[in-house]
Design a protein around this ligand. Structure first.
Ligand code: IMP
Ligand code: MG
Length: 181
């Protein structure tokens, strides 16, 4: 039993469920991006585990790059103010970009990112997120590829954190309210 489990009220997505869905997404992306040599832009740190599994579920040539933004601090609500901490290294001109994110909550972070990346003259910019909270969106954002739609609970594990903790849980759980309230 994982000792972090005591902070969870439930397991939302177990390892096999995550793995199975990522295999499906990888197959879909491999088909849709065939001959396009896409570049996967991972949003650090939360999407790092998702990227590493998703790219191995893809069977076409691709590149990866990393971007780090801050929008949250240590709380659980988006500030709406986005700051770039680490920019991409690649030249995106004419490239097909897939932004790989852990979770879309208000959508404020990702709408900033996609807007920013499309200024780099990419051929296309699409979003692939592991988790999506449709009821929490505060902006009209088009999320192109979604692993799982979830409710408004606070999810941790498989890269997702609360105050930098729980990222190493191999599954996704719902954090007990008493831990963050
Ligand atoms: P947004 O700008 O509100 O869409 O915030 C997206 C970011 O907030 C994600 O990349 C996460 O870092 C964080 N976030 C939002 N909801 C959760 C959650 O349920 N668990 C962990 N992090 C979350
Ligand atoms: Mg994040």
């Amino acid at each position: 039993m994982n000792e972090m489990n005591q902070d969870l009220c439930a397991v939302l997505l177990d390892e096999l469920t995550i793995k199975t869905r990522i295999a499906e997404l990888g197959a879909q992306l491999s088909e849709e991006y065939k001959d396009k040599y896409p570049i996967l832009v991972c949003i650090l740190k939360g999407a790092s585990l998702f990227l590493s599994d998703l790219m191995r579920a893809m069977t076409i040539p691709l590149e990866i790059d990393f971007m780090s933004i801050s929008s949250y601090g240590t709380g659980t609500k988006s500030t709406g103010v986005v700051q770039i901490r680490k920019d991409i290294d690649a030249d995106l001109h004419g490239r097909h970009v897939i932004v790989v994110e852990d979770i879309v909550d208000s959508g404020l972070s990702l709408s900033y990112v996609t807007n920013y990346l499309s200024k780099h003259h990419a051929a296309s910019v699409k979003i692939c997120t592991l988790l999506n909270k449709p009821a929490a969106h505060k902006t009209a954002i088009k999320v192109d590829y979604v692993g799982f739609d979830i409710g408004n609970e606070f999810a941790v594990g498989y890269g997702l954190d609360f105050a930098e903790k729980y990222r190493n849980l191999p599954y996704i759980g719902i954090l007990k309210e008493e831990v963050y309230l």
